[in-house]
Every structure is written in structure tokens, then in C-alpha cells.
Design a protein around this ligand. Structure first.
Ligand SMILES: CC(C)(COP(=O)(O)OP(=O)(O)OC[C@H]1O[C@@H](n2cnc3c(N)ncnc32)[C@H](O)[C@@H]1OP(=O)(O)O)[C@@H](O)C(=O)NCCC(=O)NCCS
Length: 172
């Protein structure tokens, strides 16, 4: 199903065939937009892992892509019942996953529109609270969506690396 948006893009559920294009989008997005809050050495080490589209998310039915009028993927993001990394499920809790917008499309409601689709779907499945492991640069984005910062954390990125971020929560 496609979700019509009034501003030059549509949103649809991602599929495993989107793996290469979603990875390319994440790389284009994170490489540029995370520079404002992280140093280049850390980004060089973590971005290869952070910008690989997750096959599990692409299969989930709760991960979305935004496409422009030419069919190019210009945004992505989703949610899961399972906690990232561990997979444990808590009653009524959902987890925001792997959002990214192409740098040429930021500030044009791509992220918010994908989030709105996630929120509606999660509410219909009985979720009442979202948690999010936000990058430092995305904290204001999630705050604009209604999330509250809980605490700064170092998030594991593979076996030896961590990246600082913010645990955020939102009642939906
Ligand atoms: C965070 C990100 C997904 C936001 O995407 P976007 O499509 O530009 O967001 P939107 O245009 O939908 O913005 C939604 C709201 O957030 C606000 N917002 C977005 N980015 C913001 C920023 N950097 N600072 C302050 N507010 C911001 C917008 O002003 C807007 O507010 P409004 O709807 O009340 O007017 C995008 O900047 C990105 O891809 N960043 C790099 C990757 C990343 O860090 N992803 C998150 C991983 S946890």
C-alpha cells in the first residue's frame, strides 16, 4: 500500500529488494548529516555498519521508504516491537528504527511523514510508548515529534566500538 503525501513524495512499506538503495540512502544521509555532532575518525569507523540496511527491518513490514516522483528513495525509517540488538519485547512498547533523509530533502517533512505512518500502525497494534536510540544530531528532530530525552548513552556498534547518543521516549 502507498501512503499519498502532498509534497512530492509517497511512502510505502520497504521490502528486501530495497536493500542496496536503502543502504545508499543511509550512507548519503548519515555521512553528511552526522558530521555536525561527531568527529570524522569515529564516523569513519562506525558508518559502514550504521549505513547498512538491516535485512530484518526490510522484512518486518514495519519499515518504510519515501520515494520522490521519479521513484528514487529519499527517506527511510520504521519501528519494531523487539528492542534493537536484543529483540526482547515489552508489552505496549515499540522501538523507532533506522531513520534517514537524503540531505537534499531535509526539512521537507519526510522524516515526520514516515514517523506518522509508524505511529498510526503502532497504535493500531496496541503500542502506547515509543523508545528511540537517537543520534546526537537527531535529538531535536525527535523532540519536535514529541519525544523526551531520558539520558545520554553510549550505544554499542559492533564488538569494540560505541557511539554516544540519547535514549528518548514518547507516549503515543
Ligand atoms: C533526523 C532526520 C531523519 C530528520 O529528517 P527530516 O526529513 O529532515 O525531518 P522533517 O523535515 O520531517 O522534520 C520534522 C520536524 O523535526 C524538526 N527537525 C528536523 N531536523 C531538525 C534539526 N536538526 N534541528 C531542529 N529541528 C529539526 C523540523 O523542524 C520539523 O519540525 P516541525 O514538523 O515541527 O516543523 C534527518 O536529519 C537525518 O536523516 N539525519 C541523519 C541521520 C540520523 O541521525 N538519523 C537518526 C538516527 S537515530
Amino acid at each position: 500500500m502507498d501512503f499519498a503525501m502532498p509534497i512530492g513524495f509517497t511512502i510505502r512499506v520497504a521490502t528486501p529488494t530495497d536493500e542496496l538503495t536503502v543502504s545508499a540512502l543511509l550512507e548519503a544521509s548519515y555521512t553528511v548529516l552526522m558530521q555536525q555532532d561527531y568527529d570524522q575518525d569515529l564516523l569513519s569507523a562506525v558508518l559502514p555498519k550504521m549505513t547498512s540496511a538491516s535485512p530484518e527491518l526490510l522484512r518486518s513490514g514495519t519499515y518504510y521508504v519515501a520515494e520522490n516522483e521519479s521513484g528514487l528513495i529519499i527517506g527511510c525509517g520504521g519501528w519494531t516491537r523487539g528492542r534493537p540488538g536484543k529483540g526482547d519485547v515489552e508489552d505496549k512498547l515499540g522501538h523507532i528504527r533506522h531513520f534517514g533523509t537524503h540531505p537534499e530533502w531535509i526539512g521537507r517533512a519526510v522524516g515526520r511523514s514516515i514517523y506518522d505512518v509508524c505511529e498510526r500502525q503502532a497504535q493500531s497494534e496496541g503500542v502506547t510508548c515509543f523508545e528511540c536510540y537517537s543520534s546526537l544530531n537527531a535529538e531535536d528532530f525527535y523532540a519536535a515529534l514529541g519525544f523526551v530525552s531520558v539520558r545520554r548513552m553510549d550505544f554499542p556498534m559492533g564488538s569494540h566500538l560505541t557511539i554516544p547518543g540519547v535514549l528518548m521516549r514518547c507516549l503515543i
